[in-house]
Ligand binder design. Structure first.
Ligand code: DC
Length: 243
């Protein structure tokens, strides 16, 4: 995934931020698939590092030990929207990184500044190295830190009640109250690191509270289309999908 792989013009980068349960992951993935773009879930890298450090018996509160473990963190993510798979070395961790133990620990890893610097470098390499016409990257600080120059930048929001209900629906078997409590606790912890609740200058807010899934995808695609039409940083066409 090195930038050298990209012999073509600069890909069209779409940055999407938002809190858990806003739908940003599934919506970003669907928008990417419709446009023929690649898709990068940045939270997966924070989760995979959390899984990796925990496997090694590291207490994630020990920032130095977590940072030292990055030297051996062999991370790969498939950016084809239809087949999101995440590997650490030879191990497929796609499912494990979503489990509650990882979710409960990941904020501690994400708040380590050196971890953020290292993962941001990794993300930028993936963005510039994609072999697709464009790439949709979602996370918490993509619009502000990872790709503030992206021609399309979106903050996807939804009311706290709607976000908790959506998450509970995704995690079958967990009580709605437990899911809501965990989601809000994680928001509070993550908000200490980056503000993903308010749109930075130039970032378009899409509020999905009263939109269904397809409507939200369409709203996101509309923002991308108008960014492309306005020509802000638009890449020369690679002969692929016309957005
Ligand atoms: O989106 P997610 O729930 O999979 O993210 C997992 C964690 O990683 C979450 O606690 C916030 C953190 N994160 C971050 O700090 N910056 C990002 N760009 C993406 C995720």
């Amino acid at each position: 995934m090195s930038p050298e792989h990209n012999a073509s013009p600069v890909p069209f980068v779409v940055a999407v931020d938002g809190p858990a349960g806003s739908g940003k992951s599934s919506v970003s993935k669907a928008a990417a698939a419709k446009l023929g773009f690649a898709f990068l879930d940045t939270g997966a890298a924070y989760r995979a590092l959390t899984w990796f450090a925990t496997q090694r018996g590291i207490d994630v509160a020990e920032a130095d030990a977590v940072v030292a473990s990055i030297a051996d963190f062999d991370y790969r993510i498939d950016t084809e929207p239809g087949r999101l798979r995440v590997f650490v070395g030879e191990t497929d961790v796609t499912t494990e990184i979503r489990n509650p133990e990882v979710s409960a620990r990941v904020s501690a890893v994400a708040r380590i500044p050196e971890v953020r610097l290292r993962l941001n470098e990794l993300f930028r390499g993936i963005l510039s190295g994609t072999d697709h016409d464009g790439i949709v990257a979602e996370g918490r600080d993509i619009t502000t830190v990872v790709a503030p120059e992206a021609p399309a930048r979106i903050l996807l929001t939804a009311s706290p009640e709607v976000r908790a209900a959506r998450r509970a629906g995704e995690l079958d078997g967990h009580s709605a109250a437990d899911v809501a409590a965990q989601l809000h606790a994680r928001d509070r912890a993550d908000l200490q690191v980056v503000d993903f609740m308010s749109a930075a200058e130039g970032v378009t807010t899409v509020d999905s509270t009263d939109l269904n899934f397809d409507e939200t995808v369409d709203a996101v695609i509309d923002v991308i289309k108008s960014a492309r039409a306005s020509g802000t940083g638009a890449a020369p066409s690679r002969g692929g999908t016309d957005v």
